[in-house]
Each structure stands twice: as C-alpha cells, then as structure tokens.
Design a protein around this ligand. Structure first.
Ligand SMILES: Nc1ncnc2c1ncn2[C@@H]1O[C@H](COP(=O)(O)OP(=O)(O)OP(=O)(O)O)[C@@H](O)[C@H]1O
Length: 613
C-alpha cells in the first residue's frame, strides 16, 4: 500500500526540506534564491567525496554524505552571506540568484560533475529516511519558534530598526539564519541526489529555486508547518491529476501560480495563517505587578542619583542644508526626568535619535551610559542600558502584545534555543522567568489583560503603552520616550505621567519628548526647550513656564493690544487651555500638541490620534 505512494511521499518530504531552507530566511524577513546553489554544491561534493555504500554500508554512506553536504551548504552560505547580508529585499534575492546561476554554470563546465550528462549516484534514500530527515528539520524549526533566538528573527522580520533598539544584533542573526538555510539546502541536495540516481546541474536551476520559494511562501513563513503544507500541495496536485486522468503539465504550475496570487493578496502569512497562532499567556497571578523580580534574568545597576547618564557636547546634525540640531550641550543625571519640548521641526526627535545611537551626529560628541554613541552600533547602545519608544509606533505587528514584550526582554533573558532542542528543564525555567517578567511589564502599563492580543489589533493608545512595556522589559537605565502620550486622552495622559514618575522613583533616568506641555510640566524634574535645533531654555518646570523666550518661541507672544497674557501663555507656572473652553487650566493635559500660530494665540489642540508613519 505504502509502496504505491512511496514516490510522491518521498517528493513531499524532499520538497518540504528544500522549502525549509527558504523558510529559514523568510522567518527573518530575508528573500534569498541562492538555496539551489547551496544544494547543488552540496549534492555534487557529497556524491563525489562520500564513501561508497559497498565499502561502509548504505546508511553510513548516506549519513557521511549528509554531513559533508550540510557542511558545504553552510560554508557556502557564510562565504556568500558575509558580503551580502547588508542587502535587503529584492537586492538580496538578485545577488543570491546570481550566485546560484554562477554555481550552476561552473558545475556544468567541470569534468568531475559529468557536465550536462550529470553524475550517477546510488539510490539509498527510502521514503522512511526522507520523512525522518523532514521530521528532524521540522523539529528544529518547531523548537526554534518560541525560543529567544526565534523571536529575535521574527522581530527582525517585523521591524528591523525596532529589533536593533531592543539590543538584537541584526547582522549576526541574519547571518545565522542564512547559514541555517545553507545547511538545510545542503541536506536537501544530498537527499535528492541519493534518491534520483542521476543528478545534473540543471536539477538546481532558476526554476528549482523558484519552486522552493513558492512552496515556502504558499505554506507560510509564520509557522513551522508551512513548508510541509506547501510541499504537500505542490506534490499532490500532479498525483491527483494523474488519478483523475487529466495529465496536462501546465495545471500544476498554473494552480501554484494562482494559489500564490491568492496567498499574497489575501493570506500574506501563507496557508498556515489559517491555523490560529497561540500565545502562551501565564496564568492569572503570574507576573503580578507587585511580585518580586523573576530569578534568571540579568540584573542591571542603574546609575546613582546625580551620576552622569547623558553627556552631549556641541552635538549637531545636518541633513543636506537643514540644520536639524545645532551645537547642543546637555547633561542628564541619574534619576532625572527630562522633558524635551519645542515646536514641530525643532529637532527633538533627531536629538533623541542621536542619543539612542540611531542617527550619527554630524559633529560634536555624545556619551550615554559610558558609551560613545555615533560610533557604536544601535544594539550595543541598547545593551549599555538605553531603551526607547518611537514617535511613530514600531511594534512587531504580527506578534502578540506579550511576544512584543518578550522581544523587549532579549537583553536580560538567556538564550534558550539549543536547550529547547534537548528539552532541558533549565530552558523551561528561563522561559518562565522571561514570561513572568514580560507579564509584569504589561501589568505595569495596564495591558495585562491584553497579553494574547496581536499588537496590530490594539487601540492607538494601547499601542503606545505596549511600546513602553516593551522598552521597560529591557530593564533600561535610560528610558527614551518619543511622544508617549500621543493619542491618549487626559485621564490616560495623567496615568502615564504617574507611571513615568514611578519609574524614576525606581531609579530610571527618563528623557522624553512630548507635545502635551501640561503633562511635561507636571511630570518632569527638568524641561529642555529646543527651537530651530538649539537649546533655548533649560530649567525646572516653573522656570520654563515663566521663561519669556519659551513663551515667545514655543507658545507665541502676548497680544500687544490688550496687554493680557496670551491664551495658552503661562501665567503662574501652569498652562491655560488654549481652546479657552472650560478646561481646568491645570497642568495635566491642558495643552495638547500645542503649536504657535499667530502671535499671542495657540492653535486649537490637535487631539486626533497620529497615524504611525
Ligand atoms: N532623515 C531626515 N532627512 C532630512 N531632513 C530631516 C530628517 N529627519 C529630520 N529632518 C529635518 O530636521 C528637522 C528636525 O526634525 P525633527 O523630526 O527632529 O523635529 P521634531 O522637533 O522632532 O519635530 P516633531 O515635533 O514634528 O516631531 C526638520 O526640519 C526635519 O524636516
């Protein structure tokens, strides 16, 4: 019975193994077409170098060939990956396709490969062996998914910049994914060679690479079962055709193309996205906000109060002719909550981007937590203790709220993947510690009840809170928040203000940009005002509220005709509601997104949520 289906079943397994070599990089958001090159190099090298089955037995011969093939595939991936890993999207696809084609042409013209005639290889592989190999590969990716490493790859796929800011070394992770892909492609090449009896370079051409990619994309790159589903479909269609007597060769590519179109248009996550993705949410009580810190996470020593955390000297940034930041000198000390305010385009975001290492300064120096930023990669700045949120939400949208925060804990949690492969209890302990820590961070921002919700499904205000929870999960010493209250109502902004002050009581130093001036005055120990890229004032909230230069540059000037302070100007250290309409006139939330317009007036507050751009 099984013998009748042995061939299609073997090809399903082989196709799935090949598709896993694409899945290995798709999961990290990379598009590579070099796998056919890795597979052919592995197949020809292993078939030439492995001992004969007559000498050592069939299975040892195949196992030796597999080891050689995987090593060749992985080595080729390192050689190709080192110069190409900085390429993105279609550029990486083109570069890797060029490599695969070059390999094919070289193999075609070498004598020992048999050229176009090909190389004879004994058939050793059985359907059982093929499925065993597939099971091992699927197991690898199954155990990888929820590990710290697997989550880091997913984070890179979802938002590379945010992943870097969480302390993930993107280059190293992308190269590791590429090498895995090379090893799996090498495995496929050897298994294929030891099944089909005769291999030729044309077995690993462009069409084969596209077939592998289509199989992986059809199945989906967000769940480890994707390649098996994709390969099942790709292999079974011609079998079904044959069974019903419709043998037209165009049907399979036509259906595969059609399905690919449907998947890309309606199911970007592939067939596996029809299977609900489960997030393991800790039971109620776990990650209690009042609980003790979870053991098993790296502890960080925050700078003592008064110790220098940020030191900027003559920091400037130019974009062409635009002077976004000009000669800023600024010291931020341990335990301070520093608010950065200023009109739109004043250079606030550029300044915090330089502080967090995202943007190199044009001139001047910046030392943050002892690290010279500008010359230091973003993930190293994060490792020094800088964590941040972004002006325009940079969440990992297809991951749940809890998974987002788990990625945030990357720097303080331990690697678990290799121990997960071996089911070591210590990996379960570490995962539990990370889960409890992440849950505690979610509770702290009031999102404990939404742990299992996809980030993209959260309301705008909740997304802002989730970014803060994710940043907190890194146990930072310096927390940089870029407009954290955008899209929040007055009550929520008040709660956020209280949260920020409680974090400062815990020893964190906080630098935050906010257009809600009332909230800034209520929350900060010091306020710095930027205008046209320069610091025009720095002092306590009361000093800033009374500073004529700030009123002039930021809030507008008093109306010279009536001699009264402007609506929205500062009378006694608080801001009046610029709408003039029944506001409490107090600090919290009194002015939202205030912008100077004509002298002495303020635009009505912009309370509409800002779209993430
Ligand atoms: N990548 C860039 N390329 C060119 N110009 C830029 C870039 N980033 C910022 N700028 C310019 O630098 C200036 C400061 O921008 P920045 O975003 O830092 O101001 P901001 O104070 O944060 O403004 P907002 O409150 O509107 O966010 C603006 O004139 C902006 O157009």
């Amino acid at each position: 019975m099984l013998a009748q289906y042995a061939t299609p079943l073997t090809f399903i397994a082989l196709g799935a193994v090949f598709a896993y070599s694409f899945y290995a990089v798709l999961i990290a958001g990379q598009l590579s077409l070099g796998q056919a090159g890795f597979a052919s190099l592995a197949a020809f090298t292993a078939a030439s170098l492995a001992p004969s089955g007559d000498d050592v037995g069939d299975v040892p011969a195949l196992l030796t060939a597999v080891v050689i093939g995987m090593a060749v595939g992985a080595t080729a991936a390192v050689v190709l990956g080192l110069p190409t890993m900085h390429l993105r999207g279609v550029f990486l696809a083109i570069a890797t396709l060029g490599f695969a084609e070059a390999v094919r042409v070289v193999l075609l013209n070498l004598e020992w490969t048999g050229g176009a005639q090909g190389l004879a290889v004994p058939r050793v592989l059985t359907v059982g062996m093929a499925w065993t190999a597939l099971a091992v590969v699927a197991y690898w990716f199954w155990r990888m998914g929820p590990s710290r490493y697997g989550r880091a790859l997913e984070a890179i796929r979802e938002d590379e910049l945010a992943a870097r800011s969480m302390g993930i070394d993107v280059g190293r992770h992308r190269l590791a994914a590429f090498v895995t892909s090379g090893a799996v492609a090498g495995l496929y090449g050897v298994l294929f060679a030891y099944y089909v009896r005769l291999i030729a370079p044309s077995d690993f051409d462009f069409a084969a690479a596209v077939d592998g990619l289509v199989t992986a994309v059809l199945g989906g790159s967000t769940m480890f079962l994707g390649p098996v589903l994709g390969s099942g479909f790709q292999t079974m269609v011609p079998e079904i055709q044959r069974a019903v007597g419709v043998e037209a060769g165009w049907i399979r590519p036509f259906l595969a193309g059609l399905l690919l179109l449907v998947v890309i248009l309606f199911l970007p996550g592939g067939l596996t996205s029809l299977i609900p993705r489960r997030t393991r949410v800790p039971a109620a009580g776990d990650g209690d906000p009042d609980g003790d810190a979870a053991p098993g996470l790296a502890a960080r020593r925050h700078p003592a109060p008064g110790e220098t955390v940020v030191s900027l000297a003559g920091l400037s940034k130019e974009y062409g002719g635009v002077h976004a930041v000009r000669g800023v000198d600024l010291e931020v000390r341990g335990g301070e909550v520093v608010g950065l305010i200023g009109p739109n385009g004043a250079g606030k975001t550029t300044l915090v981007n330089m502080v967090s290492g995202l943007v190199p300064p044009s001139s001047g120096t910046a030392t943050v937590l002892g690290t010279a930023v500008g010359r230091t990669p973003v993930h190293r700045v994060a490792a020094a203790g800088v964590s941040r949120t972004f002006q325009h939400s940079k969440l990992f949208n297809r991951l749940s709220a809890l998974e987002n925060v788990l990625v945030g804990a990357h720097l303080v949690s331990r690697p678990t993947f290799l121990r997960r492969l071996l089911w070591l209890p210590s990996s379960r302990r570490d995962e539990r510690a990370a889960l409890e820590h992440a849950t505690r961070c979610l509770h702290r921002v009031g999102l404990g009840h939404l742990a299992g919700t996809r980030a993209s499904a959260l309301s705008y205000g909740d997304q802002r809170r989730l970014e803060i929870a994710r940043a907190l999960a890194a146990e930072p010493s310096l927390l940089v928040l870029d407009e954290p209250a955008a899209g929040m109502n007055h009550v929520e902004a008040g709660q956020l203000s209280e949260l920020i002050r409680s974090l400062a009581r815990d020893g964190l130093t906080i630098l935050f940009i906010e257009h809600n001036v009332g909230m800034v005055l209520e929350t900060c120990t010091r306020v710095v005002v930027l205008d046209f890229g320069q610091v025009i004032a720095s002092g306590t909230p009361a000093q800033i509220a009374a500073d004529p230069a700030v009123i002039e540059a930021y809030l507008g000037t008093a109306d010279p005709d009536d001699g009264e302070p402007a609506r929205g100007s500062v009378a006694d250290g608080t801001l009046a509601d610029p709408t003039g309409g029944g506001g409490d006139g107090g600090a919290t939330g009194a002015v939202t997104n205030a912008r100077p317009s004509v002298a002495g007036t303020l635009d009505p507050p912009d309370t509409t949520p800002r779209n993430a751009t």
